[in-house]
Design a protein around this ligand. Structure first.
Ligand SMILES: [Fe+2]
Ligand SMILES: [Fe+2]
Length: 183
């Protein structure tokens, strides 16, 4: 009787290990959680800076973006737990407190999102190499999301650059940014 139970337990354990994502993937996703949380922190810092400079709309836009980044981190967090993998939260880097201008805020946003895109692509490369189909599907969502993130940062940057010498237009753009609502 005892040996049957042991055998069953061993089979179950083997199955669990086979289902679980690799240690390498686990580590890579944990690192991505940290990046998404840093993104949230960075946009929160930008939000505070913008509001203090009188760009209330950009402040709102960045606060919503910070929330969205938190949501990205939680998507990966949930996935690790659903896979029975370990969540390992690391220290979050300190974001800057000062920015040169509203244009530079969105320039830095675009630059940062391009970096995040490259990290997501690295995750996809790993998932494909490991034939990790479940992770691949999750990461696919982020590949699409990054296209949107880069496009919206580039669009806003373009508008701000065109309006740089006309405060009235810049104010109108800022008011438009303030319309953004959390999803
Ligand atoms: Fe993100
Ligand atoms: Fe987004």
């Amino acid at each position: 009787m005892e040996s049957v139970t042991d055998a069953e337990r061993a089979t179950k354990q083997q199955k669990k290990e086979a289902d679980m994502i690799s240690k390498k993937m686990q580590k890579a996703i944990n690192e991505q959680i940290n990046r998404e949380l840093y993104s949230s922190y960075l946009y929160l810092a930008m939000s505070a800076w913008a509001e203090l400079q009188g760009y209330k709309g950009a402040g709102t836009w960045m606060a919503v973006q910070a929330q969205e980044e938190n949501g990205h981190a939680m998507k990966f967090f949930r996935y690790l737990l659903d896979q029975g993998a370990t969540v390992e939260l690391a220290a979050i880097q300190k974001p800057p407190t000062e920015f040169k201008s509203l244009a530079s805020v969105f320039e830095e946003t675009l630059k940062h999102e391009k970096f995040v895109t490259s990290c997501i692509h690295d995750l996809m490369t790993l998932a494909k190499a490991e034939k990790d189909y479940a992770s691949e599907i999750l990461i696919q969502w982020f590949v699409t999301e990054q296209v949107e993130e880069e496009a919206s940062a580039a669009e806003i940057l373009g508008q701000i650059k065109m309006a740089e010498r006309s405060p009235g237009v810049l104010l109108a753009i800022d008011r438009g940014l303030g319309q953004r609502k959390a999803d």
